[in-house]
Design a protein around this ligand. Structure first.
Ligand code: ADP
Length: 620
């Protein structure tokens, strides 16, 4: 009975035909009154695990969530789906707060999202003690652990809150952080009772991973984005300065880009985030301050302009792409210089005063070890998906057939002559300037630049001045990167690293060692071309997306809350003609069919008339 009911609710409210891996097990446990700890990667569908029980259990489900923006989004999505929900956090005025409490007391809401700080307040405790609370779901449960990166002291009060209630609700904890320390902390500090622990696989099959090592990141980014003007995506940079620079560069080139970092005023951050969520700005350029709690499901790519400090951060940030299950791309722009900068920041970053010197040394060592693994990702020629999954302790096939290394054919290039020119140039610079010169100056010298600074330094007097005048600067730069990787050069430590010769330099200069590099062909897998055709101008998908945008504008909600990209794609493929067929589209529940069905059916009808009625061959 309950199995049928569960699936009916999944279809009716959320429009999904079946549960994903792990969801049903967690739901069953919660329904039977057992605590759970659900560890699933971002985008796996954790919310459904407590939202379905919330609909089935008597009384109210409280969801503790750390971020205001996330709560608002989730509640809007639930309301759209026809579920009575509300949130309580500091964004409400006193009058609004009291009104929500009044309604909650009268039993209107099935689900209430609440900020952890609120649990301990008198008014809320009073309400909670007198309400029928069946379930307490703790979202982003890793925030309770000091091991995690997002520790929130207020999460430590959750267990206490449960203990003060006349009847302890079932507790479900959910997180995407899988390390043992964090899991142990969550069970202990939230006082979970004999919880069912479930960790689902970390693989995200719809994500296409790749690493690029362009000589000019800006030129690469420009080319990449020019093919994706209609898509939303995030570009992560390591520093605020880079965010500003990249965002300005993109704006100058006519992209609707916006920015986000901790140095901006609250008001601007809020507005920029909203512009991105509502698709008014397609590209978000941000530091890692952006993202936690961002539940935008139609992010089609995440580009890392700079390399993050570890694979945990990378996978979390990259994982913000493709949450709706449609194909999305995660690209890391790798450069040896970024590794050096990250190392410098770990070694010279802000010290946590609360730690002893021994603990700090331990943390530094740990962070450096993690950085080495991250840099390994940038350099590996093996399957990238496997590299990540193995890092998280999962088994994975040798080839995934869906990452840059598995799909891109590697081509061999002999760059011995170029390497000799560069190494000879660095040797001469080293002799002339004891403290060396940065990569940019070396590139200019080799290219024969007439810029004032080059002439002032007398670089035009060196015999290697201009020896690579026929090679463009970005290519010279990428060769230098490859020589560093192969240890024919090294970079000094410090804030301004400079290239230096190594023991191996002379092997190339004097002992005829060949320098071979492997670079990817610029070919993309065919699947992607098909996907582009499906979403190109004039396609039914484009027409549906346009309609979605209009509705979203009218109703003041982000477009993906009307329907996700995955839903629009399924709609474009199925081309429903009747309301019954419309309900068969993945992601269409009864409430949304009622709200938007007619408009979308009209749109499909009109598109078919304009494009001939044939179902097949529409993408070609
Ligand atoms: P998480 O919290 O784990 O990061 P969400 O709960 O936000 O993930 O879900 C991510 C996306 O997956 C949402 O767009 C949601 O609609 C979709 N989703 C969840 N469960 C299913 C399902 N059973 N079938 C299809 N899509 C689903």
């Amino acid at each position: 009975m309950s199995a049928i009911q569960k699936e009916e609710l999944l279809k009716q409210y959320f429009g999904h035909p079946a549960f994903r891996l792990g969801q049903e097990t967690l739901i069953d446990a919660l329904l039977s009154g057992r605590d759970v700890l659900g560890v699933m990667p971002t985008g796996a569908g954790k919310s459904i695990c407590y939202q379905i029980p919330a609909l089935m259990l008597p009384g109210i489900t409280l969801v503790v969530s750390p971020l205001i923006s996330l709560m608002k989004d989730q509640v809007t999505a639930l309301k759209q789906a026809g579920v009575a929900a509300a949130y309580i956090n500091s964004s409400l005025s006193l009058a609004q707060y009291l009104e929500v409490l009044r309604r909650a007391k009268s039993g209107i809401y099935k689900i209430i999202y609440v900020a952890p700080e609120r649990l301990a307040t008198e008014g809320f405790l009073d309400f909670a003690e007198n309400a029928e609370l069946s379930l307490l779901a703790v979202d982003e449960a890793h925030c309770v652990s000091q091991w995690g990166q997002d520790f929130r002291p207020s999460y430590l009060r959750i267990a206490e809150f449960c203990a003060t209630l006349p009847k302890r609700p079932t507790v479900g904890a959910f997180t995407a952080t899988a390390t043992d320390e964090v899991k142990r902390d969550v069970v202990k500090l939230l006082e979970l009772k004999d919880p069912l622990e479930l960790t689902t696989g970390f693989d995200r099959p719809n994500l296409y991973f790749s690493v690029e090592t362009p000589g000019s990141k800006d030129a690469w980014l420009n080319a990449f984005l020019s093919e994706r003007r209609e898509q939303s995506g995030i570009v992560y940079c390591a520093t605020r300065k880079n965010v500003e620079k990249v965002c300005d560069m993109l704006r100058e080139r006519g992209y609707a880009a916006t920015r986000y970092h901790a140095g901006l005023e609250d008001e601007e951050r809020r507005a920029n985030q909203e512009n991105f969520l509502y698709d008014r700005a397609r590209v978000m350029v941000a530091t890692n301050a952006f993202g936690m709690g961002i539940d935008k499901s139609n992010v089609s790519y995440v580009v890392h302009y700079n390399m993050p400090k570890n694979i945990e951060s990378y996978y979390q940030e990259a994982g913000r792409a493709g949450r709706d299950g449609t194909r999305a791309e995660c690209v890391l722009l790798y450069s040896a210089l970024d590794v050096r900068t990250a190392k410098f920041l770990i070694e010279n970053g802000e010290e946590n005063e609360a730690l002893t010197e021994e603990e700090r040394a331990f943390n530094r060592e740990r962070d450096l070890a993690r950085l080495v693994r991250m840099a390994g990702y940038g350099k590996t020629t093996d399957c990238l998906r496997r590299y990540i999954l193995q890092y998280f302790g999962e088994k994975a096939p040798i080839h995934c057939a869906n990452c840059g290394n598995c799909c891109g054919k590697l081509e061999e290039f002999d760059i011995t002559t170029e390497a000799q020119k560069i190494l000879s140039g660095v040797t001469r610079v080293e002799r002339k300037y004891r403290s060396g010169l940065g990569v940019t100056m070396i590139v200019r010298m080799l290219h024969g630049s007439k810029e004032q600074r080059v002439l002032e330094l007398g670089l035009d007097k060196l015999p290697t001045y201009g020896v690579m005048q026929d090679t463009d600067r970005s290519t010279i730069r990428s060769y230098i990167d490859r020589l560093i990787e192969k240890e024919f050069l090294c970079l000094t430590d410090g804030e301004y690293p400079v290239p230096r010769t190594t023991e191996r330099t002379k092997d190339v200069l004097f002992h005829d060692e060949q320098v071979i590099i492997y670079a990817k062909k610029r070919e993309r897998p065919t699947k992607k071309k098909a996907a582009a055709a499906q979403t190109g101008d004039g396609s039914l998908f484009a027409a549906l997306r346009e309609l979605r945008f209009e509705i979203a504008q009218r109703e003041h909600v982000p477009a993906y809350l009307v329907f996700s990209n995955a839903t629009l794609q399924d709609m474009a493929a199925k081309q429903p003609e009747t309301m019954t067929e419309f309900l068969d589209v993945n992601g269409v529940g009864s409430r949304k069919a009622e709200l938007y069905g007619e408009a979308f059916l009209d749109c499909i009808r009109a598109w078919k008339e304009a494009n001939g009625k044939e179902k097949s061959g529409i993408w070609t």
